[in-house]
Design a protein around this ligand. Sequence first.
Ligand code: ADP
Ligand code: MG
Length: 535
Amino acid sequence: MTQPIFILPEDYKRTLGKDAQRNNIMAAKQVAEAVRTTLGPKGMDKMLVDSLGDITITNDGVTILEEMGIEHPAAKMIVEVAKTQETQVGDGTTTAVTFVGELLKNAESLLDKEIHPTVITKGYRLAAEKSQEILDQLAEKITEKDEDILKKIAITAMTGKGAESAKEKLAEIAIKAIKQVIEEDKTINLDNIKLEKKTGNGVSDTELIQGIVLDKERVHSGMPKKVEKAKIALINSALEIKSTETDAKISISDPSQLQKFIEQEEEMLKEMANKIIKSKAKIVICQKGIDDLVQHFLAKEGIYAVRRAKKSDLEKLARATNAKIINNLNEITEDYLGEATAEEKIINDEGMTFITDCKNPKAVTIIIRGGTEHVVDEVERAIRDALGDISATLKTEKATAGAGSIEIELSLRLREYANKLSGREQLAVLAFADSLEIIPRTLAENSGFDPIDVLTELKSAHEKNKWAGLDVFTGKIVDAWEQGIIEPLRIKTQAIKSASEVAELILRIDDVIASSGGKDDTSQTHPGMPGMPEM
Ligand code: ADP
Ligand code: MG
């Protein structure tokens, strides 16, 4: 007998060949299964409770996956698909994850038929490439002027989310906001649209504000409630004297010394206020604290000041008002100041600061309202989806109908394409085409209709109409475009691209070598190399 050779340290786990593949596929399928029930307007919500007991209720794919804290390496790759989808398009995360799960499930059947993984990955790649081409042909052209369609896109994005009751109004707000921030070259920076949440009142009280809204009140009641068209200073250093961080001791031996010390501090604070007053700024937004005494001096001069503003808000204000952020109060000169109007308004019993009349009109805020924190959070996600979808549509100027219509049409065309291929890749392209059906099938399942009936009807309707889709509210097959169920093409192209890439990546793995220094994965692994010494 030959002596076994150990190439790995003892505490490494190794999974090889088919086992590695099956484990990875199983983990990926589990992730997909977890979010699948949330797909579509009638999809269910998930309640996520974190270790601190905080609750999130959502049906947003990426939020669910992030909160789940998934640890299996292949499952994590699926989460990455969702994240890519979120950053690239801002919507369609559940679609992408559901699709990748199905791609892997169908790959498993091919593996069972002894088809080699490299053949499957090649077929998947061919199909994914062809899909991009077909999708481009199927899509309809949409421009900024097609407001009606854009509104339908926004509404489709929000249907079934917490925003349901006010989706018309929210869609209009989203379109208006995008139109404000779109550049001449069609680029859209969604960072220019600030979302500020405030509980109280109903979702329909959500409004669009020209300017930046800060969730802060003016720092001193003696300050004016409104300062119109005035100079604004953005300061990120403290307007107070911080207690020394090192352990310094000041010994004072007689009362006059103490008095002197206090006077000196006051002098320094007064100096700070004076620098601001001299600069002629009438609005001060400070990222740090403002001492009572400084507040008093500023109030006396009729200056409107806010303390502890967020850094990101300071940056937004800089863009909006053309002010430069001041790091050191000694630098303060007129050059650093911008121009704006500041006003405190009471919303739900709390003061908020509205900075309006900004030089740059590309600064807007959507104040999101809703009865409870959970509602407001879910409405925020819905609005983000709508903003993402409108901006994705305008970027490529292409849209497609949803409700499963595009997936069925693409699937049929891929089958035609597969018939022209020879060899075993054909089987993989067909598996890819089958996988697309998971979207309409899941929409049907999640709305309580028979998936087999729906798919049969859909396929026959597609002989005449490429936009035949499932109305999840009635169970009827409808023209999804006419029904206004419209989505940006990019949701689909991106979902297919990243889903197929990750499926290929996972299928190509035949060896998992894991240090057990990390966490144990969910699958059972083999006990490393044969002949490992028992300890
Ligand atoms: P995702 O995270 O993938 O965006 P959603 O829960 O937003 O998941 O569901 C999107 C799916 O729901 C898309 O396939 C879309 O076409 C479909 N959909 C949206 N509105 C409707 C509707 N009114 N009827 C049928 N399907 C719809
Ligand atoms: Mg969506």
